[in-house]
Ligand binder design. Structure first.
Ligand code: FAQ
Length: 319
């Protein structure tokens, strides 16, 4: 009984800190479910960054010129870095990085639905940067104010880089949209294919989002899925208009009263189908990650053997 009272007192103090916007740090007491929610979200975020390298990695060798190639290479490397910060953030919560990665490979852990769509043309590099990184920033800027310190701090650096990614994507789209008829068609086709999946990145509609309420009470999330999706639509529509591209939504209409756009129905069956593993590239993405782990085993073994040798040498010298 006493123990239960102690825990409810701890929980009360914990929520008080959250309500005062005091960051929770790794060694602070936290409810088990807060820890579990963070490990779930941050590890899935890490997996998304790592799997997210694949659709763009596909185009590094085929970038149209040296400048584009260097920029794309830098962007993909940034994503690897984001994955590493995020796996480190899960470790501050007591998670084991290898277990997290095994959960990705076994299909137990999710990653963003968007990376299960193929990148068919060079214009897709523009659409991914503009829309996918654009959606990622919209979601991640509020995460800089997340209640968990290490996640919030990681997001500050990640957002700066995502902002460069978004601009490089929009710049590709701008160049293509101002180019030949074929180039403009290619840009429009990429927008047509990536528009709806990008809106799905924000997660299910609020009424079907099982984690939002609790995550907002804990100030992990600062906005609901639908709020962020609306902000994304409102910011992106004028960007498309500015470069003469058309958002593929016949129902898109400015709503003066709400001060935002009304938009068409999202195909949630498609979303859940992709989340469950049946999207166009799910199998390919996970097979590629599994192979990368197998092929990298010798590097990890060699690094560990080298570290052991150095440790033994140090001990010998000290004795
Ligand atoms: N895909 O109750 P909610 C990037 C799952 S980073 C797959 O609403 P929550 C950078 C959700 O996990 C992109 N699954 O969940 C880049 C849950 O399942 P669970 C990734 C999804 O957590 C750019 C269930 O549905 N960003 O793009 C998706 O409150 C370019 C119920 O959903 C982050 O991860 C989805 N789209 O809200 C890299 C940001 N949506 O776990 C390369 C951090 C939902 O119970 C190239 N994460 N689910 O089995 C978040 O902000 C949140 O986790 C949400 C989902 C908003 C994604």
């Amino acid at each position: 009984m006493k123990k239960e009272q102690d825990i409810s007192e701890l929980e009360r103090k914990f929520q008080e800190k959250i309500d005062q916007d005091i960051k929770i740090e790794p060694k602070d007491w936290m409810p088990d479910n807060y820890r579990k929610t963070l490990i779930r979200q941050i590890s899935q975020h890490a997996h998304s960054e790592v799997v997210g390298m694949l659709p763009e990695g596909n185009w590094i060798t085929r970038a149209p010129n040296l400048r584009r190639k260097a920029v794309l290479l830098a962007k993909v490397q940034d994503e690897a870095g984001h994955g590493l910060y995020l796996y480190s953030a899960t470790e501050t919560l007591g998670a084991d990085r290898e277990d997290c990665i095994d959960d990705l490979h076994s299909g137990k852990a999710k990653y963003s639905s968007i990376f299960n769509y193929p990148t068919l043309t060079w214009a897709d590099m523009g659409a991914v940067g503009w829309l996918v990184d654009g959606a990622a920033i919209m979601n991640q800027v509020p995460l800089c104010r997340c209640s968990y310190g290490p996640y919030a701090r990681a997001m500050v650096k990640v957002c700066k880089e995502e902002s460069f990614h978004q601009r490089q994507g929009y710049e590709i789209m701008m160049a293509l949209a101002a180019g030949s008829v074929e180039q403009k068609e290619m840009a429009q086709d990429a927008l047509n294919r990536f528009w709806w999946p990008s809106l799905m990145m924000f997660g299910p509609p609020d009424e079907d989002s099982k984690h939002t309420k609790q995550s907002m009470d804990w100030r992990i999330k600062r906005h609901s899925n639908d709020e962020l999706r609306q902000m994304m639509v409102d910011i992106t529509v004028p960007q498309a208009e500015a470069i003469g591209l058309t958002i593929p939504d016949a129902d898109l209409k400015w709503n003066e009263e709400k001060g935002g756009y009304d938009y068409g129905e999202i195909d949630w069956d498609e979303f859940w189908n992709v989340v469950k593993g049946n999207g166009p590239c799910n199998k390919d993405r996970i097979d590629t990650r599994r192979k990368a782990k197998e092929n990298g085993a010798w590097v990890r073994e060699a690094a560990n053997a080298h570290a052991e040798k150095r440790k033994a040498r140090k001990l010998r010298r000290a004795s």
